[in-house]
Design a protein around this ligand. Structure first.
Ligand code: CUA
Length: 336
């Protein structure tokens, strides 16, 4: 293979890729520059100040304030510059644009599956439209995995017990590698797949050609009924908890002053740690669902609450069997 064809870098296929590469190249160039400067002067001084006869004594070394300040201040400025540059790139990756398309990612030993909000699922793959921001919300069903897409220059750990997220905007159509970037057991190396980037019209055709087996929001509605959330979160006069319709993206006034934006994190927290933030006018009576509900169920429940429009709260069910996994009403949930 001729040297020019040796792939030093994966293809750049996202808007963030050139920025990540620029920072990486800068760091390599900076390291190379100082390596050369240090080794050149080292060799030069070793030759120049070598011992010329057996009993030669070294000159006493006097301090050089100016020199010391120079080699302290310049590296300090360089290091702070790298920090600011790296933080800027990091923040860009961490904050998905508001108009992003949501996709859920689930990792388990040893496969990835992804799901679009309209319900279409893919195994070991992800298909996205060109030029559209895609926000991935990722959970694990067992151990730590890492969703890694080298051509887009993004990767992130997927950790049990939490939802991690990142986003990208593809700038090229085609097929790109998808890896698990964290050793997760015997078949870790098989936990690979492809990301396919399609033209937007092709993407819509592709989406329409797949069978839909329950969108996250419709699965979430089943859970809302299963866990009998509507018993308290209902619109009627005796409701003991706030109605959740049209909640997403709104400011929520809290008991004891202050307010919070109803985003994914707030909804997740309210399900897992209901006492963390109490809505103004209500009492902290909701049990924690931590340990009662899986990470995937939590994603679906959040998707349902995000999509819940006016008049869409399922009716209260008074009769019928209690749910199989009814949460225990305990004043304090023990932490594991
Ligand atoms: Cu999953 Cu490595």
């Amino acid at each position: 293979m001729p040297l020019a064809q040796v792939p030093l870098w994966p293809e750049q296929a996202s808007t963030i890729a050139p920025r990540v590469d620029a920072l990486t190249i800068f760091l390599i160039a900076l390291s190379a520059f100082f390596t050369i400067v240090i080794f050149t002067t080292l060799i030069y001084f070793a030759a120049k100040y070598r011992r010329r006869y057996p009993d030669q004594q070294g000159e006493p070394v006097k301090g050089g304030l100016q020199l010391e300040l120079t080699w302290t201040i310049i590296p300090l400025l360089i290091a702070l510059g790298i920090f600011a540059w790296g933080a800027d790139v990091y923040f860009e990756v961490a904050h998905a644009p508001d108009d992003s398309m949501d996709v859920y990612v689930v990792g388990k030993q040893w496969m990835w599956y992804t799901q679009h909000m309209t319900g279409q699922r893919e195994n070991q793959g992800l298909t996205v439209p060109l030029g559209r921001s895609v926000k991935l919300t990722m959970v694990s069903q067992d151990v730590i995995h890492d969703f890694s897409m080298p051509a887009f220059r993004i990767k992130m750990d997927v950790v049990p017990g939490r939802a991690s997220s990142m986003w990208f905007k593809a700038t090229k159509t085609g097929k790109f590698h998808l890896f698990c970037g964290e050793y997760c057991g015997t078949n870790h190396s098989r936990m690979v797949g492809w990301v396919t980037v399609l033209e937007p019209t092709q993407f819509q055709q592709w989406l329409g050609s797949l069978k839909v087996d329950g969108s996250p929001a419709s699965e979430g509605r089943k859970l809302f009924l299963k866990y009998q959330c509507a018993t308290c979160h209902s619109g009627d006069a005796q409701a003991r908890a706030p109605l959740l319709e049209n909640l997403y993206g709104k400011k929520v006034a809290l008991e004891g002053g202050g307010s919070v934006l109803a985003d994914d994190d707030y909804i997740r927290e309210s399900i897992l740690l209901p006492d963390a933030k109490i809505v103004a006018g209500y009492r902290p009576i909701m049990p924690s669902f931590r340990g009662q509900i899986s990470d995937v169920e939590l994603l679906q429940l959040v998707a349902f609450i995000k999509a819940l429009g006016p008049g869409q709260t399922p009716p209260r069910i008074e009769e019928g069997e209690p749910p199989a996994a009814a949460p225990q009403l305990q004043p304090q949930q023990k932490k594991p």
